[in-house]
Structures are given as structure tokens and as C-alpha cells.
Design a binder for this molecule. Structure first.
Ligand SMILES: Nc1ncnc2c1ncn2[C@@H]1O[C@H](COP(=O)(O)OP(=O)(O)OP(=O)(O)O)[C@@H](O)[C@H]1O
Ligand SMILES: [Mg+2]
Length: 305
């Protein structure tokens, strides 16, 4: 199960129908930007194995949402499902609503940086981002403006010093894994999308670089003044990365259920250790007062519901 920092809200809160009980609040959200909700989302793969069950949540403009959880818990599956990228061998149930309605998004409104985005390995960063700007940005925009957008975006992701390095791939080493991820992010944010999904944007980065990338992603909204939804899966929430996102609600939630974060420990690391069932033997000895992880998860799920 994917853990997020935000407790889900009932869907009726975002019904935007004019004149509805909650219309005033919803219309305010619509003016501010896009409001995304998912309700009772379930995903099953061929053979009937459930991957996600009863996922409900929401993401608001201007408030980055982090999806955290152990490897294999379903973070990418949740992002794929919300963005409509599920493969043919899966079936899904539940609702995904934009401003309270089922609707298709216009070109350039949303961007999804996946865990394994493909890049053209023979291009340099400058070429990849500048060409992409030429192709993605509208014809009404002057070339100089497109180039300026590309340059600013490269700087935002801290890649200015490697501008002329080839991306590289098998047999031709180029950028590091973390730099490649940042190039992918650059390309996806060129159009300044209103919904930005990122699958492990800090993959391959050290804690300082994670901090800078996450804080730059989080500050995109202030820079271009777009009420943007940002949802990112985080696999390794180091002390620096967590500074960009609020953990206080989750901290309280875990503490109330009897699993408080020990002092001097990074809360995000504590959450993941507490619910990681892949290495239960080790965890039984040290974490969650010796309670088996499946039991811990059960307690947390029941308390959440
Ligand atoms: N199409 C599929 N067919 C079979 N199993 C699948 C499929 N998609 C996902 N799974 C399984 O669902 C689980 C969740 O996978 P997912 O890729 O969402 O995990 P994750 O949380 O993103 O992990 P990681 O942090 O390692 O990227 C895994 O056990 C995976 O093997
Ligand atoms: Mg994944």
C-alpha cells in the first residue's frame, strides 16, 4: 500500500456543480487551478492479483504531494493509474476526477516523468532540451522565447554546467543517472503543465541534490504563478528531501497508533521502516516494538479508515 502524507477527504467536498452544497468551495479551487481526486481506486493484474485496493485521495494546486512506501508497494502503479497509463493486462475500478468531473486533459496540461523515461542518448543536454522546446512550445511563441525557456529550465534543474555533455547510454557513458532524471524533468516542465507527476524524481541523487531538485520542483509554482498539482513518488526520503514536504500529520498519525518516531530519527525513514514487510525478520527484531509488520500495517490501516 502506498503511503502518502495527506489523509484522504470525502469526494463530495470537491463537487464543482454550480449551486451544489459545496459549490462555493469547489469553484474557488477551479479558479486557483486544477483539483485532482481519486476515489476507491483498485487495480488488478491478470490472474486476479490485486495491486491497489480502495485508494482514495486528492491533490491540491500549490501543495506538492509525496507518495511514499517500500519498493513494490504500488507507487508507480498508482501514478500510472491516475495518469491513465495502465497496461492492457490490468483492470482498474474507481474514479479519477478533475475538478470533480471525469474529463480529458488538453495537450500540455499534464506531464508524467516516469522512472525509466527514454532519452536520445546521442544528444547533449542543450540539444535535447532546446529541440524539445522547439517541438513542444506553441508556434505563437517566438524562437528566442522558446530558447530562453529552455535555458531557464536547464538552470532550474541545476544542469547548466553539463549543458554540452552527451546524455549517453550503453557503451557510451555520458550523464549520471540523477542527471538523466533531471533532463527528463526539464523536458516535461517546458510547457509549464498544470499537473506534474514524477516517479522517483530523486532516484540516483545524493541527499543534497535530492533537496535541490525537490525544492526546485516545489518552487515551480511560485516562479511561474501557476496553481500546479505536483505528485511525486519518493523512494528514499532522506533528511534533506523531506524538508520540502510536510510530515507533521503523518508523524502524529504514527505516534497516535503507537509507533512514534524516535528522537533524532528522520520521520520519513521511520515511516518506511515501520511498514516495510519485505524484510520482516530484521524488522521484527528492531522496529515497532517487535510487532510483526503485517500486524502493524493492519493497525495503521484500521486506524486510518
Ligand atoms: N502489470 C503487472 N503485472 C504483474 N504485476 C505487476 C504489474 N504491475 C505491477 N505489478 C506488481 O505490483 C507491485 C507494485 O509495483 P510498482 O511498480 O507499482 O511498485 P513501486 O512501489 O513503484 O516499487 P519501486 O519503489 O520499486 O519502484 C509489484 O509487486 C509489481 O511486481
Ligand atoms: Mg516504481
Amino acid at each position: 500500500m502506498a503511503a502518502s502524507f495527506r489523509k484522504s477527504k470525502p469526494v463530495e467536498n470537491i463537487n464543482p456543480t454550480p449551486g451544489s452544497k459545496n459549490g462555493c468551495r469547489s469553484n474557488r479551487f477551479m479558479e486557483d487551478g486544477v483539483l485532482l481526486t481519486w476515489d476507491n481506486l483498485s487495480v488488478t493484474v491478470a490472474g486476479g492479483r490485486p495491486i491497489l485496493q480502495g485508494m482514495t485521495g486528492y491533490a491540491r494546486p500549490g501543495e506538492p504531494l509525496a507518495i511514499m512506501g517500500p519498493s513494490g508497494c504500488g507507487k508507480s502503479t498508482l501514478l500510472d493509474t491516475i495518469t491513465g497509463r495502465q497496461g492492457p493486462n490490468t483492470s482498474q475500478a474507481g474514479h479519477i476526477l478533475i475538478n470533480g468531473r471525469k474529463q480529458a486533459l488538453a495537450y500540455g496540461t499534464s506531464a508524467y516523468v516516469t522512472q525509466d523515461d527514454a532519452l536520445i542518448t546521442t544528444l547533449t543536454i542543450r540539444e535535447a532540451v532546446y529541440y524539445s522546446a522547439q517541438l513542444q512550445l506553441p508556434d505563437t511563441m517566438a524562437n528566442s522565447e522558446k530558447n530562453e525557456r529552455a535555458k531557464t529550465t536547464i538552470r532550474e534543474m541545476g544542469l547548466q554546467d553539463a549543458m554540452d555533455t552527451r546524455i549517453g547510454g550503453w557503451g557510451a557513458k555520458g550523464l549520471s543517472g540523477g542527471q538523466k532524471m533531471r533532463v527528463s524533468i526539464c523536458i516535461k516542465i517546458l510547457t509549464r503543465p498544470k499537473l506534474l507527476f514524477l516517479d522517483k524524481p530523486t532516484s540516483g541523487l545524493d541527499s543534497a541534490a535530492s533537496y535541490y531538485v525537490m525544492s526546485r520542483i516545489a518552487s515551480l509554482n511560485q516562479k511561474d504563478n501557476i496553481g500546479r498539482i505536483i505528485i511525486a513518488s519518493i523512494h528514499q526520503p532522506g533528511a534533506k528531501a523531506k524538508l520540502c514536504i510536510s510530515v507533521s500529520a503523518s508523524n502524529e498519525f504514527f505516534a497516535l497508533d503507537g509507533f512514534p518516531c524516535p528522537s533524532l530519527q528522520n520521520p520519513s525513514d521511520h515511516f518506511l521502516k515501520t511498514i516495510n514487510k519485505d524484510f520482516d525478520k530484521d524488522i521484527e527484531q528492531g522496529f515497532a516494538n517487535g510487532i510483526p509488520t503485517l500486524e502493524v500495517i493492519d493497525i495503521l490501516v484500521k486506524s486510518y479508515c
